[in-house]
Ligand binder design. Structure first.
Ligand SMILES: NC(=O)c1ccc[n+]([C@@H]2O[C@H](COP(=O)([O-])OP(=O)(O)OC[C@H]3O[C@@H](n4cnc5c(N)ncnc54)[C@H](OP(=O)(O)O)[C@@H]3O)[C@@H](O)[C@H]2O)c1
Length: 169
């Protein structure tokens, strides 16, 4: 099973503020939905709860929520709850997933970047204020596989680069 991380990251590493995203980037949202469709997604409890109620669990994918709360009640029968990241990865393996997507937030990215095989990073070409960061990517461990440039337009305030990295060692 490939373990992938997917994130949109500002130039200064910021990914969120006040448990929300800090931008409205419809093209990136569509990229996220298309890339993760049909797969298991692993999310921290805070990121999960930041998804608008009517959109969660994200449909057409297996939503796995990581929490340390032993009695956390799933709000939907489709939702899988685990108490560690390792248990989340094991569950995806048991479900015969081919590519697990780790979808954040900051705490979960920090704890998984060292075990991921692939990174799907939307580089948002602007430094922005926030309180949650993506870990620094050590480029000596990652090969850039592809980069698609999407310039800012009337619906997107920032230039974006859609970059895929694969672990090199
Ligand atoms: N730009 C992007 O691509 C992107 C993507 C995703 C999220 N975000 C942003 O990131 C922010 C949320 O990130 P966050 O760092 O605050 O929270 P988070 O990583 O989404 O969730 C943290 C929670 O996950 C659980 N957790 C963490 N490590 C665990 C472990 N080892 N074992 C078991 N449970 C564990 C804990 O839940 P309990 O407290 O329940 O124990 C913890 O409070 C928001 O602003 C969101 O918008 C941005």
């Amino acid at each position: 099973m490939i373990v992938s991380i997917i994130a949109a990251v500002a130039e200064n590493g910021v990914i969120g503020r006040d448990n929300q995203l800090i931008w409205h980037l419809p093209v990136d949202m569509r990229f996220f939905m298309k890339t993760t469709e049909g797969h298991c997604i692993l999310t921290g409890r805070r990121n999960y709860e930041s998804i608008p109620e009517k959109m969660r669990p994200l449909k057409n994918r297996t939503n796995i929520v990581v929490t340390r709360q032993p009695d956390y009640q799933p709000e939907s029968r489709q939702l899988k709850i685990v108490n560690s990241i390792e248990d989340g990865i094991d569950l995806a393996l048991k479900l015969k997933e081919k590519e697990l997507f780790i979808i954040g937030g900051g705490q979960i990215y920090q704890q998984t970047v060292q075990l991921a095989d692939r990174l799907y990073i939307t580089e948002v070409k602007q430094s922005l204020e926030g309180d949650t960061y993506f870990p620094t990517i050590d480029h000596t461990h990652w090969n850039e596989l592809s980069r698609i440039i999407y310039p800012a337009d009337q619906n997107h305030a920032h230039d974006m680069h859609f970059v895929v990295y694969e672990r090199s060692n």
